[in-house]
Design a protein around this ligand. Structure first.
Ligand SMILES: *[C@@H]1O[C@H](CO)[C@@H](O)[C@H](O)[C@H]1NC(C)=O
Ligand SMILES: *[C@@H]1O[C@H](CO)[C@@H](O)[C@H](O)[C@H]1NC(C)=O
Length: 471
């Protein structure tokens, strides 16, 4: 029963499969163009160039563009530490695993010239892409957990059936040790252009602003493996959808034979949207209330309540005073020491129930997500930590600890974040071991894929905090 539900993940929805038709995409058309090359005359090329320009202008510049949706199946890495998907870059397209990060706004991948922090990951080879342009400008980005630097480049980037022809991205030659963990080669920032270190329009924002999507939204369903046993370094991570808020059905196929249509909506009820409180930068929502074991904890209001809704951060970080008040409601809890400074321990026998409201419903976090790890026979570490961001960074970073408990929707226009309850279909994917999805470009397999690295089975204890710092 459970394994057949996992199988359903591999099945392409009618909506997702529509995407490659719309974007005849780059994934298929580029090799054809290359094959035709020797036979073309100058006037053939002129006609081709004109057609190409008009097609792209229509696709990215006008209302005539056919709108579409696409889904990228994600991988859950190291017991909910991070969630990655795949983008394809260049001509011919090569796919790379990238952390999908709503807490920053730059795309970057490790380059073959990388000297530090890139060992054992698939590297971008700028020399083997005929469409790559070196912008010869320095690129660097600082995250909560490290930094990456290199130069800016421009190339065709594709994901989930969508294509952006001149995406600016960081070609990284230096990364902080531990920032990249095999088989991840980089990061796809899904925050707003105003926080992009490169100053470039993020991939998602180019698509959303050009009307390429059926609905101006992207949505996440993240799986939970943290409390499972025999968790592999890579497990099915859930789905990332661009262009609509869920895929509503799948055609079940076995050996090419259709077994019918199954409702697989990933959420139930309505999506509660809350508007971003200020000019879009991070995906910010004001935290309105927080309860622990049913009791309210006082939280600062106004801009002190701003929370970055961040798929690229594993845990939930907040102001020290509030984190202390939270643990004050949990008998037997103590501040962590040594490497656990800023974290709190509590008796593992206590099921901690926290719920958060951003103005709409109060969304409960499973006790399984609150229990980060066991550090002694009786004490566990909680997944809420003391964060002192400072500067213009938000006071709260609300990461996967929370996001695993909801279906989350990031809306371009009007700018908002929405949450909905996960459906039984989505919940049934939690903790069900299966092969992680293989890299794709829409429904087309990428020509070359990132090495799977044969990662260890032991879930490593590095918790990503990838929100970008505004400096
Ligand atoms: C881009 O050009 C600069 C020199 O302007 C060079 O240092 C850098 O290595 C080049 N980057 C790539 C990815 O080719
Ligand atoms: C993980 O936690 C969920 C929710 O608390 C629970 O339903 C599930 O049984 C747990 N799984 C394991 C393996 O403990």
């Amino acid at each position: 029963m459970l394994s057949s539900l996992a199988l359903a993940l591999l099945i392409i929805s009618p909506f997702a499969s529509a995407a490659p038709n719309l974007v005849p995409a780059a994934g298929q058309s580029i090799p054809l163009i290359r094959r035709a090359q020797p036979e073309r005359t100058v006037s053939d090329w002129e006609a081709w160039a004109k057609n190409e320009r008009e097609t792209l202008t229509t696709k990215y510049g006008g209302n005539l563009a056919k709108r579409s949706t696409g889904t990228n199946l994600m991988t859950n890495q190291n017991g909910d530490s991070s969630y990655f998907g795949t983008v394809a870059i260049g001509t011919p397209p090569v796919s790379f695993n990238v952390i999908l990060d709503t807490g920053s706004a730059d795309l970057w991948v490790a380059d073959q010239a990388c000297t530090t922090g890139c060992s054992k990951v698939q590297l971008f080879n700028d020399l083997s892409s005929s469409t790559f342009h070196n912008l010869s400008q320095p690129f660097s980005i600082q995250y909560g957990s490290g930094a990456a630097a290199g130069t800016l480049g421009q190339d065709i980037v594709q994901m989930a059936g969508f294509s952006v022809p001149n995406q600016i991205f960081g070609v990284v030659t230096q990364a902080t040790s531990g920032l990249l963990s095999t088989p991840v080669s980089g990061l796809l920032g899904l925050g707003w252009q105003s926080i992009a270190s490169s100053k470039a329009s993020p991939f998602w924002q180019t698509l959303a602003s050009s009307g390429s999507w059926t609905d101006p939204v992207m949505a996440f369903q993240l799986t939970r493996f943290i409390n499972g046993s025999n968790v592999n370094a890579e497990e099915p991570g859930g789905s990332f959808t661009m262009g609509m808020s869920s895929f509503y059905g799948v055609c079940l196929q076995v050996d090419g034979r259709s077994l019918g249509f199954v409702d697989s909506s990933l959420y139930t009820g309505t999506i509660d949207y809350q508007a971003l409180p200020s000019t879009p930068s991070y995906w910010l929502l004001p935290m309105k209330s927080l309860t622990v074991q049913g009791s309210s904890v006082t939280i600062p209001s106004g801009s002190s309540s701003y929370s970055a809704i961040d798929t690229g951060t594993t845990l939930v970080g907040g102001p020290s005073s509030v984190i202390q008040s939270i643990f004050a409601q949990i008998p037997g809890s103590q501040p962590g020491t040594g490497n656990w400074q800023g974290y709190w321990t509590y008796p593992c026998s206590t099921a901690v129930n926290i719920a958060i409201s951003f103005g709409g419903p109060s969304w409960p976090i499973s006790p399984a997500d609150f229990l980060l790890t066991k550090i002694s026979s009786s004490q566990c570490v909680g997944a809420f930590f003391e964060l002192n961001t400072g500067g213009s960074a938000p006071n709260w970073i609300v990461g996967d600890t929370f996001l695993k408990n909801v279906y989350s929707v990031f809306r371009y226009n009007p700018a908002a974040v929405g949450f909905a309850a996960l459906s039984q279909t989505a919940l049934a994917m939690n903790g069900v071991n299966a092969a992680a999805p293989s890299p794709t470009i829409g429904s087309v397999s990428a020509s070359a894929t990132a090495g799977t690295g044969g990662g260890s089975n032991a879930a490593s204890h590095s918790w990503g905090v990838s929100w970008a710092l505004l400096i």
